[in-house]
Write a protein that binds this ligand. Sequence first.
Ligand code: CAA
Length: 391
Amino acid sequence: MLITGQKDSPFSFKLSQEQSLIESTVREISEKEFAPKAAQIDREHRFPRENWDILVQLGLVGLPFPEEYGGAGLDHICYAIAVEELAIACATTAVMYSAHVSLCATPIHLFGSKEQKERLLKPLCTGQKMGAFALSEPGSGSDSAAATCTATLKGNEFILNGVKNWITNGAQADYYLVIAQSNPILKHKGLIAIIVEKDSPGFSFGKLEDKLGIKGSSTCQIIFENTPVPKENMLGNIGDGFKVAMVTLDGGRIGIGAQAVGIAQGAWNHALSYARQREAFGHRVCDFEAIRLMFADMQTEIDAARLLTYHASLVQDKGLQFTKEAATAKLYASEVAMRSTVKCVQIFGGYGYVTDYPAERYMRDAKITEIYEGTSEIQRLVIANQLLKGN
Ligand code: CAA
């Protein structure tokens, strides 16, 4: 969207044919199917399973994974575009999708053996299974290494005990990538990453969270009480869990950046339609300079945020470390989403404050992008650590 460059430049920002096709396909389906229901999903706190089914039918749930595992083999800019387009229409649908792709399927693709990819990644790519990620706990969010959920090796199984918090797709997923502690003395070097299946014995759900925004998204605690999980479901080795979590979050943060761009753009689009038809003092609201400047400021920031998410995706696709780029994109895009959606509410005036119009929903949805998958404070820490490495 909106990015055009010199036609034959090797460093053109023009979207490729595939990227443009993803943009138009996801936009079309989002406008037709997801946007009209977004307010109702929010009001009823209803998980839109039918939206997932449409994403599966379109072949989007395996978008960045190789075709041999049932994926579409597309790049991560395509993925960022898909998340943004979903979020323009419905932020709940965007996070359902990004948690599945970034937080569950991606680590299996990156750290799984061939056998694990055949067994676990394939059904995620084809949409037979939905994925989730379980890192945070009631007593540890930003400090991931402090996880206390235990994984005790007994024969060929790990026995899991503990509680995980804030699980996106929580009550709806089939596979959960769980980070658990195999040996507390080793701190982060004792953590493992293991795939737990929904119907495992001793696996249950806590309460569904009643959230400020993304209300249709299923967020709940998951509880393990002597839950046996086959050792063959562990990604990598004992002690790899922290690295798996951090690398997973690097990718996830691009998804949240793209979600934030979409929320900001969606609110902007609605605010413009409103400002074009609403009149005050004998003029359309969009003709007042104060309002025009707001639109210009917002779109400038949204475009910059979009470029940061594309840039992070590009670095990811080149196979380079993209920790800093992902954190930068998420930090900037989420703060832009918050600033823009507050301005959009202001443009709607009183109508921005009531649920008859979508502005307040975008503002509520924007807030979480500054919190999940690492707060803005954590993103600043990650960026500073990367910039000052070795100093
Ligand atoms: N890639 C690879 N390795 C990494 C890494 C990365 N991005 N970041 C750290 N590591 C490695 C380090 O190299 C180091 O390795 P060694 O021990 O071999 O030297 C090890 O991990 C420990 O690194 P740190 O000392 O930097 O770790 P730390 O304990 O100080 O924590 C942190 C760093 C950045 C604060 C990290 O804990 C973090 O990102 N916290 C935020 C967690 C987060 O985003 N939580 C959200 C959960 S998901 C969610 O929101 C729910 C949902 O469903 C959407």
